[in-house]
Design a protein around this ligand. Structure first.
Ligand code: AMP
Length: 414
């Protein structure tokens, strides 16, 4: 079924067309009509499957219809997200969906001056996209008015729980009108999240679960190879050089490693940028923008960016280090293969990461495809490297090799 066949306003159909959305994705197909009917929804779907528009389209369409009937602007929908990046990203989708309509979205999050956000709120909005902390601040200061809210969306609910937002969410719900629609979206589900979800939605909520058996999107071809810790940079170099036109997102465990890997790439004239929690908010926006616009083809990131961030044309994800938490594997590899695009992901697994690999595979319910390498193939990757900057250990190894050869020659002469 195409979007043109849906009972949406023409303006919304035009916007979908402008966004390049012709047909709904699975999650959109299953969510849109129940949401339009006013049902509560519990939706579990992998990253990059079009979740934002799954609730965005019916919400914007509904508000637009109300405006057409002459209803004035009032905060009707509140969408809670765990991070600022996600808040901004969702706002962009909502702005695109509501272009050339009167539907207005305002985005608020902490860590920045609240005055510009207050100014925007005072101008009036229908939809608020927000992180919990700033929402409370502005509710208590009287700038966010909740009494006419009729739709609550919890996006990336699993992450909300991770970050310990559960009490905030419960407190917020106490302030919302009882008669409302609650939409719950999450990429992963476990016992705790299930409990949270059921405590928030109506008993007859519609449950949607897309591909529950394999949490990794089917658009992502993901594999792993065994690589010694000290050789990982050579393998990264190879991936990048063999995919010169592609945007590569590289995940590392720590901020220090992000910078270190970036320096190693520098030495090979591979330009890269880094993003991690130590960078301030403005830097993080700038970095993501530069990567989004393609000014840099390689972004080296810690898990700060693993969830929710939608950079549509990332074609390759490299897990330079495995994540510390198994489910983050799904979020990381889900940065590629977004919407209807295809993507690839590869993980470099060193000896001491094998227990983590096992945890990830248990979480996925299956083994990750292993790229088997003969010794010579492995060596070829190292030889392929243009990295002339040798570590002391490597240097010592080479000196010992030369020593051995000299001794051998001397032995022959005797
Ligand atoms: P999301 O899961 O909401 O982050 O969306 C993932 C990606 O899919 C984004 O790049 C969207 O622009 C894209 N997308 C969402 N819905 C559709 C659709 N119906 N057709 C094509 N692309 C879509």
């Amino acid at each position: 079924m195409k979007f043109t066949e849906y009972h949406f306003s023409d303006e919304i159909k035009n916007n979908l067309n402008r966004m390049g959305f012709k047909k709904p994705t699975d999650i959109q197909y299953k969510s849109i009509y129940p949401i339009l009917r006013g049902e509560d929804l519990l939706a579990i779907a992998q990253t990059g499957t079009g979740k934002t528009a799954a609730f965005g389209i019916p919400i914007v369409n509904r508000l637009h219809e109300r405006h057409k009937k002459g209803e004035t602007k009032f905060l009707r929908t509140i969408i809670m997200v765990p991070t600022r990046e996600l808040a901004i990203q969702l706002t962009k989708v909502f702005n695109d969906l509501s272009a050339k309509t009167k539907v207005k979205t305002v985005c608020i999050f902490g860590g920045v001056d609240q005055d510009p956000q207050i100014k925007r709120l005072l101008k009036g909005a229908d939809i608020l996209i927000a992180t919990p902390g700033r929402t409370f601040d502005l509710v208590h200061q009287g700038y966010v008015k909740l009494k006419k809210i009729d739709t609550l969306v919890l996006d990336e609910a699993d992450h909300m729980l991770d970050l310990g937002f559960i009490d905030d969410i419960r407190d917020l719900i106490k302030l919302l009108p009882e008669h409302r629609q609650t939409l719950f979206f999450s990429a992963t589900i476990n016992k705790e999240i299930k409990k949270l979800a059921y405590s928030l939605v109506k008993k007859n909520a519609i449950r949607i679960q897309i591909s529950p058996k394999d949490p990794v999107s089917k658009n992502v071809e993901h594999s792993m190879c065994h690589v010694k810790m000290e050789d990982k940079r050579f393998f990264l170099e190879r991936v990048i050089k063999e995919n010169p036109e592609k945007k590569v997102l590289v995940f590392v465990r720590t901020r220090v490693r992000a910078e270190r890997v970036s320096k190693a790439m520098d030495r090979l004239n591979i330009e890269s940028i880094t993003i991690h929690g130590e960078k301030d908010q403005k830097d993080r926006f700038d970095v993501l923008n530069a990567f989004r616009k393609g000014f840099f083809k390689v972004l080296i990131a810690t898990d700060v960016t693993a969830r929710g961030i939608d950079i549509p044309d990332v074609e390759f994800v490299v897990n330079y280090d495995l994540p510390d938490v198994a489910e983050n594997y799904v979020h990381r590899v889900g940065r590629t293969g977004r919407g209807r695009r295809k993507g690839k992901a590869i993980s470099f697994v060193s000896k001491n990461e094998k227990p983590m690999l096992k945890e990830i595979e248990d979480f996925l319910g299956k083994e990750i495809t292993t790229i088997k390498m003969e010794k010579w193939e492995y060596q070829e990757t190292i030889d392929f490297s243009e990295d002339t900057h040798l570590s002391i250990k490597e240097l010592m190894g080479q000196i010992q090799e030369i020593d051995k050869k000299i001794k051998k020659k001397k032995g022959k002469r005797k």
